[in-house]
Design a protein. Sequence first.
Length: 504
Amino acid sequence: MRALLSVSDKTGLVAFARGLAGLGFELVSTGGTARALEEAGLRVVRVEQVTGFPEMLGGRVKTLHPHVHAGVLARSDQLDELERRGLAAFELVAVNLYPFERTVAGGAGEAEALEQIDIGGPTLLRAAAKNHPRVWAVARPEDYPGVLEALARGDEGEQARLRERLAARAFAHTAAYDAQIAAWFAGRLEGAFPERKILVLDKLADLRYGENPHQRAALYRERGGSGPLLEAEQLQGKAMSFNNYGDAEAAWNLVSAFEAPAAVAVKHQNPCGVAVADTLTEAFQKAHDADPVSIFGGIVALNRPVDAATAEKLAPIFLEVVLAPDYEPEARERLAHKKNLRLLRVPEPARGGYLDLRRLRGGLLAQDADVAPLDASALRVVTRSAPTESEWADLRFAWEVVRALRSNAIAVAREGRTLGLGMGQTSRIDAARHALERAGEAARGAVLASDAFFPFDDVVHLAAEYGVRAIIQPGGSKRDADSIAAADAAGMAMVFTGLRVFRH
């Protein structure tokens, strides 16, 4: 029996090769892999001894030879042809590929990146996987122990099943590798929206179920991608669910928008209470008081390390998840008795752009994520009255909140706290009515933010009835003049952003 070993990642290599040799395999190897095995005291046949041809072009050509590929591709019923030609079969191929992804992620230039495009490796893996009824195709070091165990047990049925699984992994491995290369070329030549978009997703975990118990679910990482929740450390509590991840992402995205100490409570991916304050404890109390009913069973994100005082406020409330950059020891101790509460330590804020993908049956919609900041130079006061200094602060706060709500969306806020939120309504006046009714008397002197312009002046009239003092909205309606006139008549200030922030 012969095994061909040619790996860039040498994790577990020596132990695997030693195990194969102990099972009677002859080890054939190339370049650095052969040197590593020889230094470990293992007997190795160099690939040039098999091919009768030296490695050339700086290692670019070494295994691309009929004496190698015929030995890998020959079916069980073709072995006599190999023998007639004086060739021998390979029963196992262990190959992992040049580190292209790591190389380009490190900022490599074109020449270095091109050198890290593996040719022989994918060819060998695909050949072995194609011929998996006879040949082992081993692409990952983590599979080495299982292969050795199956070979040692000698159960042919078990071995056949494992070879098939390894073949599937090998084809996925080479497909993902080619996808990363294609993405690198596309990024250089075509930008974010190339003619062909290839997504590679690596499963991180199976989830208990999806949005509902009858739906299957799993968590994936996009190859080469990163994100705060994917890098988060879970400190305690039950495993995260499908819904937990969606809500946690929404909460962390919003809390990351604030520089001051901030707290965000989320239910069903919509904020139900948002606040900023001088301290984290005060911010959480304000966010809680914004809607003490909806926060029950919700998710809370905090943009400062949780101290003992804040933990004392969190502890009595039934929450599914708490996210924060860190937790002081006293806070951990206070929350430890809530065994089911998931505590996530999230290492970084949600910043920067990304490609937003929405699933369709049979396809995807793709867009730049809406992370455009509020441009101070584009803000335009369109009424006779201008916002006061405190109203300006509340308008900016309310704008960050409203852009996190599902459209049609209205946010009413005052003194760094949400008072009423209207979201997901089919008409803007209904969204405004919901938000203002929720705010009630507290709306007097507050500000109102809208994610899109007012097609009519009805929202302004309703806001005036509740005593709202300032409004921020994109502007751009054919009837802007009506809304401006209504605001002037009520003595309100109105600011246009020139930026629409729909979230459908």
